[in-house]
Design a protein around this ligand. Structure first.
Ligand SMILES: Nc1ncnc2c1ncn2[C@@H]1O[C@H](COP(=O)(O)OP(=O)(O)OP(=O)(O)O)[C@@H](O)[C@H]1O
Ligand SMILES: [Mg+2]
Length: 235
């Protein structure tokens, strides 16, 4: 579905990604783990078109996207749920969800089905649908951000640290929901600090160190790898 080949990304003169090769197959959950500053968010931003690679190619379902406009990348079926929520504070829950349908919806076309799907995954959003974004709790904003990502009908959902700062109960809900979203047919690329939980639900994983892919393989193999255990799973 998605293939990155020899991707280099720079911020000014500083190289953030070096020679990154990376693949996601249709139907998979792939997780990307690595320390702070390793370049995880940079990879997601490069896929969704917010960063442009200096070198290399990105293909999505057979089409080159590394120079494609961001809104066209969204309409091709890639949805990016960014680090730190970024919901619209002045819009209601309903409004935040509705906004994301503009990538596919023609005038007057219904988005009832998509909205209902999000409310079934996250019933607490239904209860708060008329509440303004800024007044939601951090956890509620996080869930809303994932829900908004789903409203654009993604084939591939990019999730950047969806469990960051959540209480344990909500962390569990988020991971369970990611699994459900995947079971419903959406392919997932998951960036997580919580490497243990991510490897539990993922099919495959990549370990990023200083902008390079240091290791990749089946999630279950990574989870039992001594180096991974020591560096990312707390020994
Ligand atoms: N807009 C920017 N301008 C300059 N440098 C940047 C910018 N964004 C990221 N960087 C640098 O690029 C490197 C990779 O950052 P990135 O945000 O991709 O890391 P990350 O793996 O997502 O880290 P974290 O786990 O802390 O979110 C870091 O050294 C960071 O300082
Ligand atoms: Mg990051």
């Amino acid at each position: 579905m998605l293939k990155l080949e020899q991707i280099d990304v720079y911020y000014g003169n500083v190289r953030a990604l070096e020679n990154v090769d990376f693949e996601v197959d249709t139907g998979e959950i792939v997780t990307l783990i690595g320390a702070n500053g390793a370049g995880k968010s940079t990879i997601l931003k490069t896929i969704s078109g917010l960063n442009r690679p200096r070198q290399g190619s990105i293909t999505f379902v057979g089409e080159n996207i590394e120079r494609m406009a961001v809104e066209r990348i969204v309409s091709r079926g890639i949805s990016h749920v960014p680090e730190g929520r970024r919901i619209f504070p002045g819009l209601t829950v309903f409004g935040n969800l509705e906004v994301a349908t503009s990538s596919w919806r023609k005038r007057g076309e219904s988005y009832q089905r998509e909205m209902e799907n999000v409310f079934q995954l996250f019933p607490q959003l239904r209860e708060k649908k008329d509440q303004l974004g800024w007044s939601l709790s951090g956890g509620e904003q996080q869930i809303l951000s994932i829900g908004r990502g789903l409203m654009s009908r993604p084939r591939l959902l990019l999730l950047d640290e969806p469990s960051l700062g959540l209480a344990p109960k909500l962390v569990r809900l988020v991971f369970d929901t990611i699994k459900t979203i995947n079971d419903q047919g959406t392919t997932i690329l998951l960036v997580e600090q919580n490497a243990y939980a991510a490897l539990q639900i993922a099919d495959r994983g990549y370990v990023l160190e200083n902008g390079r892919i240091a290791l990749f393989g089946l999630a279950k193999d990574l989870a039992s790898d001594e180096k991974v255990k020591k560096a990312y799973l707390g020994g």
